[in-house]
Design a protein around this ligand. Sequence first.
Ligand code: HEM
Length: 534
Amino acid sequence: TIHDQKMSRGEGGELHQTAEDLGTEVMTTAQGGPISDDQNTLKIGPRGPALIEDFHFREKIFHFDHERIPERVVHARGYGAHGFFETTHSLAKFSRADLFQRVGERTPAFVRFSTVAGSKGSVDLARDVRGFAVKIYTKEGNWDLVGNNIPVFFIQDAIKFPDLIHSVKEEPDRAFPQAQSAHDNFWDFISLTPESMHMVMWVMSDRAIPRSFRFMEGFGVHTFRLVNADGESTFVKFHWKPKLGMQSVLWNEAVKINGADPDFHRRDLWTAISTGNFPEWELRVQLFDQEFADKFDFDILDATKIIPEEIIPPVPVGRLVLDRMPDNFFAETEQVAFMTQNVPPGIDFSNDPLLQGRNFSYLDTQLKRLGSPNFAHLPINAPKCPFAHFQQDGHMAMHNPVGRANYQPNSHGLGPRESPQRGFVPFPEAEEGAKAKFRAESFADHYSQARQFYLSQTRTEQHHIVSALTFELSKVEISVIRERVLSHLLLIDETLATNVANRLGIKAMPKPADAAVPTRQDLPPSPALSIIEN
Ligand code: HEM
């Protein structure tokens, strides 16, 4: 036990243990050289000066000086765990992806939950979207489903992402607020970006202050494609449903928890997993075809819209269980590199312009953050299936080609080679059109689903949305921004707008915002669909 351990006393009176005291391995430098004294620098005489000849001191300080890497530009604060994905229903009819073929088969997985806006050291219960990033180490390479706990997003086109994030993070002159959405710049951007209205309703709801990661849903958000062995495509949306159900806290609870224990969500996941209470989610999919997509009231490529579950009920595919905490936070949770473009054969992208932009962004950001094109060599990022290619060299290369040939075709008979049968083949969607900076008209209704979400809430939940909007807008100093937000709320629900205005003490209600297209008051119906026989 800790009490029984033998200690030595150094000349300065400090207590320490030698390898002999502890019967443990000898401490070494990074070069493997055994160390005799890790407490005192090399000096001339007991009072110095210190010598630069002390290579051990120099290496120790040098390495410490270089410990920090850039934090993620978004989702900087996160917490991860290992587990597995188990297929419970075969998706073979719709996807050739190996992980979906055999019921009962388990595939290793790593999940990182996060907040979006705050920095690495910020509080867990900020009102914010939660990241729900899943890496599944399939036999055909890593599949990263980099999702959130909210099924829609603020913007429709990735080109707006830097502006959205600049507006939500701390303001550039004063460097605050550090983790909350409540400030002028965020609401300024939102009020000038009506496509964000649906997401804003979700963010003002209880979903944005979850009780813990274990009580959250997760969503892939975008429409993806599944492609089967015959090359046929089906559209898909991915949903993670928590076995424990969903729970949130109240805002005044969140504020207290943040003060008393800013690591509340981390501690919850650590404690649950270390005591054998393994959190679990069911993976469900909404499947639909082109015919449904053509008839649906909204564009299935628009990431600010959901497909209501009453119209296409999500069906179960598998379960995700988290059963092991990382051995080392930095090595695993901090260095894990999620990328939307990591898909195995049988899962493909749609033309959602937000998804297409993300597929570019994540590779770029991982190189910046991890500093070497060989970040996939890190154990947390490396595939757990065999992999082989002719990529070589670069900083920290650990998997260089073996043998004489590092190119192909070659006459040495040295592999690897491509496989048209087993390799990833993009779904050959036919495309045509002029080249221009288009904005799709089918993306234009920004209010109907915001209203649908608000009206789907219970009275208590609606009350929480009113309170959240009141609190947030009360922090906005520039009155025109507040009024602009109200002008959008009027198009979502008049009572909602009036309640918020009253509580803010705003007497003269602004005019409703100009909506690009008339918004629908009566949602659903849309054509129901079942291409799955349950
Ligand atoms: C990080 C989700 C949109 C750029 C993340 C993470 C999640 C996520 C969960 C954290 C990954 C982790 O835990 O390590 C989403 C979702 C989006 C979205 C669901 C919309 C549906 C975008 C867009 C862009 C973007 C449009 C850029 C065009 C980034 C970047 C990171 C990130 C640069 C930091 C990655 C890192 O350093 O590891 N995103 N994101 N995201 N996202 Fe997104």
